[in-house]
Design a protein around this ligand. Structure first.
Ligand SMILES: *Cc1c(COP(=O)(O)O)cnc(C)c1O
Length: 408
């Protein structure tokens, strides 16, 4: 007799552990500041709150300039556009990422080129990346994905050899440190998202950071219909450079204020997440055959957008992933499937002649078909909750025979 909840047993969590009940973080102090901002009427991108936050976020990541926007897709788009990348150009992106990474290239009129990932880090494979470079290639967008980091040493060396721009997609990796440098400060521009599910959340939002003053100004103009930094609407002495396509991508001071408060606790959050991951992986390595995403090779500190379990041990390969997911979810732990490779994503509708894939992205295909993951907010829970999370996963995986039977 199995006691799996899926087969009628008692679930580990009687009330499912839903992340929406504890994410995003809220506190009274931030609520008071929001009220103060509201009453001050200083709500716009031209007021002090945004300027303060962008400065603080850029400085935290070791850069001089920050440009705050409405999301972490247009940040990528503006970074590419600011370098004049557009029609006729190619931009290399990993096959496994959120589709924003590829769409940003499309939005500027360039062709996204999909490259496979490494099986340990699940980030773009530098060797395959170099093989995909042509005379049309202008930029690479490495993604620091879920709980790892792209190999920035090798990527920067390749970019240098071929004179390519590097736009780091840091949507999953706020505050990470690779070999002494914060992510986003290693490439030409770092792009971050503050969308609801990310490790810093203002429901929607994004930022570009860079040390290149000229590019910072171009990006700023792109997000503010052509106005330069410090120029008030209606009072511009100069316009944007000819041909620079500019948009209204401004966010509000409310978002900047929320993020300013969260930035103060970011490093502490990363430490807490790291401890949780170590505890869970140590226990599960003892009791199961689950494989885990390898941490960034030179990560001195890193974040987790999500914590991944890879079920590709031969012992598990004949159990459909859906069966494992159903069994863990039945225990009250809502684990998720990851995305398919971008070119298979249901919303991805580009014509085949507007993107390129040279090699089959087998590692991406395999990984995405065998991953279940837990949203990062769970990593911030107390020790007793983490224990029960592992209990739920162990309970399902230790009973592999029952799981296989239930899948038939
Ligand atoms: C979330 C995300 C983005 C940006 O998404 P927005 O919703 O536009 O902020 C970009 N890249 C990756 C990998 C992401 O996960």
């Amino acid at each position: 007799m199995s006691n799996l909840a899926l087969l009628g047993g008692k679930p580990v969590f009687e009330k499912p552990l839903e992340w929406r009940e504890f994410w995003p973080p809220v506190d009274k102090r931030t609520a008071a500041k929001l009220e103060e901002l509201y009453l001050s009427r200083q709500w716009t991108a031209f007021d002090e709150t945004e300027v303060e936050f962008t400065r603080a976020f850029a400085a935290h990541h070791g850069t001089h300039h920050g440009i705050f926007m409405i999301n972490g897709t247009v940040t990528l788009q503006c970074a590419l556009g600011a370098y004049g990348i557009g029609p006729g150009d190619e931009v290399i992106v990993p096959a496994l990422t959120w589709y924003a990474t590829a769409m940003a290239a499309h939005y500027v009129g360039a062709r996204p080129v999909f490259v496979d990932i490494e099986s340990n880090s699940l980030c773009i494979d530098p060797e395959k990346l170099e093989a995909a470079i042509t005379e049309r290639t202008k930029a690479i967008i490495p993604v620091h994905l879920y709980g790892s980091m792209a190999d920035m040493d090798r990527i920067m060396a390749i970019a240098k050899r071929h004179s390519l721009r590097v736009i780091e997609d840091c949507a999953h990796m706020h505050g990470g440190i690779w070999g002494g440098a914060r992510v986003g400060s290693i490439g030409d521009v770092g792009s971050f998202s503050f969308q609801h599910s990310k490790t810093m959340s203002s429901a929607e939002g994004g930022i570009c950071i860079t040390n290149d003053a000229e590019i910072a100004e171009r990006i700023f103009r792109m997000k503010h219909i052509g106005y330069g930094p410090g120029q008030l609407p209606g009072k511009a002495a100069s316009g944007p450079p000819p041909g620079l396509l500019c948009y209204p991508f401004r966010a509000t001071a409310f978002q900047a204020l929320l993020l300013q408060e969260q930035l103060g606790e970011l490093d502490e959050r990363l430490v807490r997440y790291q401890r949780a991951v170590e505890y869970m992986e140590d226990r599960l390595r003892e009791s199961t055959m689950i494989r885990f995403q390898e941490r960034g090779k030179r990560a001195e500190k890193q974040g987790y957008f999500g914590w991944l379990m890879i079920f590709d041990h031969p012992e598990y390969m004949d159990i459909p992933l859906d069966a494992i997911q159903r069994a863990i979810c039945a225990e009250g732990l809502p684990v998720l499937r990851t995305w398919d490779p971008v070119y298979r994503f249901v919303l991805f509708n580009l014509n085949a002649d507007t993107y390129r894939i040279d090699q089959p992205c087998e590692v991406s295909e395999h990984a995405s078909s065998r991953i279940l993951w837990l949203m990062h907010a769970y990593l911030g829970l107390e020790a007793d909750q983490l224990e029960r999370i592992v209990d739920a996963i162990e309970k399902v995986l230790v009973d592999v025979g029952k799981l296989k039977a239930s899948a038939r």
